[in-house]
Design a binder for this molecule. Structure first.
Ligand code: HEM
Length: 543
């Protein structure tokens, strides 16, 4: 009897609903807690991780820079945050960025195997996705043969010709300045032509060219789905077992890239096989096919690097610039006055004029500061344990350069949300020269990244932007932005209700790379010589 009453008592405790619930909650908490809360790792001498948010994240939405900025204010210039099982440290001060990415580049120059961008789309290639290894060196060195300052000096004529083509296409699109025009596609074509020239020795022939539209679409898709913090699938491996929409988009993009660039490479190979090498201009893909024993996929991904790195980034800067000129007529007028004084109206500005046009250079720097194409540039990745200022950064940490916060540091850039080129007057260095300064506080901005992975397209980007910006200013007034743009941004700044207030371009397209929402401008040529050059420009169909 005694034994049997004991067995009855035991189940009666176990089946108590409250007890069951408590056990279930406890079990869940024990299981879930590590998934919800940050992990506290310690360094070799018990150093803690950099401080950071208590809860883990799985992703951030499109305007992730604002969240990184909020955390920087709460946790300081070096903080850490967990995305799923991935530790991310965020660098929000020039000195920290310099110490880690530049001075300790041997540790902080790799890339995480981001699933969507690096594995599915780029197959760990295209320079940007390569880990820090021999393949990366080979790809980057080959690209630099065609992107170094010296190489770029040889493209000046071609870029100048593309500037006139850009203006001509805006002129034609606007029906000789009679109606408003959307500059986006012309800006993309300008940069795509420059990139196609360097990589394939070819260019598109008009705004209707199918190649332009296809690459524009592929690049936009790439920018949309490859933000370093927008895909939970990058941080939670089990999600990869399911056919998610992001995976499908990424796989489709990879297939289309293969189709487009594969056929361009095959066409060039065929010409080389047919003995037509002399008829193909010197360019990166020709060089590789003739001199390197690369696998097909390496050739393909190098070609992709030129399109995905060099098209929307520069086209975005040009569009932000145009929007600022339309909304800041006093700045445009000061630039025109400088041009009239230094260059006059008989010829276009050239590279040699840059040193004598400090105000225009300042405009470009200010556009890049206030509207970097990448607020969260491609993250770096650490390959060894590291202790910095008493804080532990383990091997395998993703490292993000927080450009938004650095570009809005009020001590470095007072009134940082205001577009004010004058803050850069007296800064006589090109941005690539500025990026090599030992003193990180003297650097103009961080739009091109830092350290060993710094943008390899820096030199050509600077040339393209200089010639396009100074050329556009020389040609014309940008009269104003039509109401469509004001409405686009009224969501963020209620602009329509504040007539005369500067438009704040707070919204944008894309998630990894960013370009302004489409807008229209009204153009007017400044002088008769400009009209003459535009109307008689003949070089724009030839390479
Ligand atoms: C306004 C124009 C441009 C901007 C603002 C820009 C910005 C950047 C940034 C921030 C990075 C990441 C740097 C880092 O990891 O620290 C980068 C990398 C890269 N950019 Fe650019 N870029 C521009 C133009 C170009 C052009 C014209 C090309 C042409 C090939 C290019 C190709 C690349 C490549 C291949 C990488 C990866 C480098 C590596 O991982 O080693 N970019 N760029």
């Amino acid at each position: 009897m005694a034994a049997s009453s004991a067995t009855v008592a035991l189940p009666s405790i176990l089946v108590s609903p409250m007890a069951l619930l408590s056990v279930a909650i406890l079990g869940m908490l024990t299981y879930l807690a590590p998934l919800l809360f940050r992990k506290q790792l310690r360094g070799p001498r018990d150093e803690p991780l950099p401080p950071g948010p208590l809860f883990r994240r799985l992703w951030l939405g499109q305007y992730n820079e604002l969240v990184f900025d909020k955390w920087a204010r709460a946790f300081g210039p070096l903080y850490s945050v967990w995305f799923g099982d991935q530790l991310i440290v965020v660098l929000s001060h020039p000195r920290v960025a310099q110490d880690l990415l530049v001075e300790n580049g041997a540790v902080f120059s790799s890339r995480k195997d981001y699933y969507v961008k690096n594995e599915v789309i780029l197959h760990d290639r295209a320079i940007t996705a390569n880990p820090y290894d021999q393949r990366w060196r080979d790809h980057r060195n080959t690209a630099m043969r065609f992107l170094s300052e010296r190489a770029v000096a040889g493209y000046s004529d071609a870029i100048e010709s593309e500037v006139v083509t850009l203006l001509r296409s805006l002129y034609d699109e606007s029906n000789a300045c009679a109606k408003p025009v959307t500059p986006a596609l012309s800006a993309v074509r300008f940069t795509l032509n420059n990139m196609l020239r360097v990589s394939f020795g070819q260019r598109t022939t008009s705004l209707e060219d199918a190649l332009l539209h296809r690459i524009q679409r592929l690049v936009m898709e790439f920018d949309d789905i490859t933000s370093p913090t927008s895909n939970a699938i990058d941080f939670v491996k089990p999600l990869r077992w399911f056919p998610t929409r992001t995976y499908k988009r990424a796989a489709q993009l990879n297939a289309e890239m293969n189709d487009q660039y594969g056929s361009m490479i095959a066409a060039m190979q065929e010409r080389l096989d047919n003995g037509e090498a002399d008829a193909i201009p010197e360019c990166a893909i020709k060089h590789i096919l003739q001199n390197e024993a690369w696998e097909h996929e390496d050739v393909l991904m190098l070609a992709v690097a030129f399109a995905f790195g060099g098209v929307h980034s520069i086209a975005g800067i040009l569009q932000w610039f145009i929007a600022f000129m339309a909304t800041h007529p006093a700045v445009a007028a000061a630039a025109h006055a400088e041009l009239d004084q230094v260059v006059g109206r008989d010829r276009l500005p050239t590279n040699e004029d840059e040193k004598d046009l400090p105000y225009i250079r300042a405009i470009i720097k200010e556009v890049q500061r206030i509207h970097s194409p990448f607020w969260v540039p491609t993250p770096h990745y650490s390959t060894a344990d590291f202790v910095y200022n008493g804080m532990f950064i383990p091997k395998g940490t993703v490292v993000i350069l927080n450009c938004w916060t650095m570009h809005h540091d009020e001590t470095r850039y007072p009134d940082s949300y205001t577009f004010n080129p004058e803050r850069y007057l007296g800064d006589d260095l090109s941005s690539s020269a500025s990026s090599k300064l030992r003193d990180p506080m003297a650097r103009d901005h961080w739009a091109f990244g830092a350290g060993r992975r710094i943008c390899p397209g820096f030199a050509i980007a600077e040339r393209e932007i200089w010639l396009a910006v100074s050329g556009m200013l020389w040609y014309g007034f940008i009269l104003g932005i039509r109401i469509s743009l004001m409405l686009c941004f009224s969501r963020a700044y209620n602009f329509a209700q504040v007539p005369g207030a500067p438009i704040s371009l707070a919204e944008y397209e894309g998630s990894s790379g960013r370009t302004p929402l489409p807008f229209e401008i009204q153009l007017q040529l400044r002088h008769t010589k400009a009209r003459e050059i535009i109307e008689n420009h003949e070089g724009w169909h030839s390479l």
